[in-house]
Design a binder for this molecule. Structure first.
Ligand SMILES: [Zn+2]
Ligand SMILES: [Zn+2]
Ligand SMILES: [Zn+2]
Length: 271
């Protein structure tokens, strides 16, 4: 199985769209892996997780052939994860050839945003605990703890390999994750992509919606203790806010002792 992180920033992007903080200026000067668009991922080139607002720019930059996409998973209804307008361009009269109806899976309130495009998509509402098949993958639905009350995250499986795509959620999802994954998995996971909006910053008092490095480290330790991950499992942090201030190299250095990788736009991993 292959995952490609198309975008790896939190909602405002990095550099932030209206920002001139030092982290955004340094990212602009250095470029490369420090420039981050809004978060989404492509699994095996055919399963898209989230319709982020930068998908078209990502297609151009990463030379993606988005015609290959067979299914879409939506995590939640926040604007950095679902851009309804992209479904307008499934309409047949934009192209010389017909596009197939696109299956889209997600929480009911997120799919509601795609209602104007129902002719070109097949909307499938998912609930916590649902296991369903897309064209080539099996997907297990888990409950996010996030400011979007219906948020989900997904375990994606193919040929005995598993990738957990865990965005946007806070650490309070951990107990449910452990219980549900222990019940579902037959082998330790191969890769875990974790929400890391806060980076090195401590979460504000009582804040539950996202994670940072400290929560990612805790999550990894717990998954290892529970046997749902092991030494071979790759752990990757993504969905970064510029407010964390650390650039790619600094974050990579910081997380190296914990065996956690830092995602960047276009990064791929094969498991
Ligand atoms: Zn987000
Ligand atoms: Zn900034
Ligand atoms: Zn969100």
């Amino acid at each position: 199985m292959k995952i490609q992180w198309l975008g790896t920033a939190a909602a405002e992007g990095w550099p932030g769209i209206f920002c001139r903080c030092s982290a955004c200026r340094r990212a602009e000067e250095l470029g490369g892996r420090n420039i981050r668009t809004r978060a989404s991922a492509l699994i095996d080139g055919i399963l898209l997780v989230d319709l982020d607002p930068d998908l078209y720019a990502q297609k151009l930059k990463l030379h993606l052939d988005l015609r290959d996409i067979r299914d879409v998973l939506i995590t939640h209804n926040h604007g950095d994860h679902i851009t309804p307008l992209y479904m307008e361009f499934r309409k047949r009269n934009y192209y010389l050839e017909d596009l197939p109806i696109l299956p889209v899976y997600g929480p009911a309130d997120a799919l509601e945003l795609l209602a104007p495009y129902r002719e070109y998509i097949e909307a499938h509402t998912v609930e916590v605990g649902d296991v369903f098949s897309t064209t080539e993958h099996t997907v297990f639905t888990l409950p996010a703890v996030h400011s979007a009350p219906n948020g989900k995250y997904y375990l994606i499986e193919r040929n005995g390999k598993t990738i957990l795509y865990m965005h946007d959620t806070g650490i309070l999802c951990l107990e449910d994750a452990v219980r549900m994954l222990r019940g579902h998995l037959r082998a330790p996971m191969d890769l875990v992509s974790m929400d890391c909006t806060y980076g090195p910053n401590p979460l504000p008092e009582g804040y539950t919606s996202h994670m940072g490095f400290a929560e990612n480290i805790r999550l990894k330790e717990r998954f290892l203790q529970e046997g749902i991950a092991d030494d071979h499992t790759r752990f990757v942090s993504s969905h970064f806010s510029h407010n964390g201030r650390m650039l790619y190299d600094e974050m990579t250095e910081y997380m190296k002792p914990y065996g956690i990788e830092i995602a960047y736009d276009g990064m791929t991993a094969e498991v």
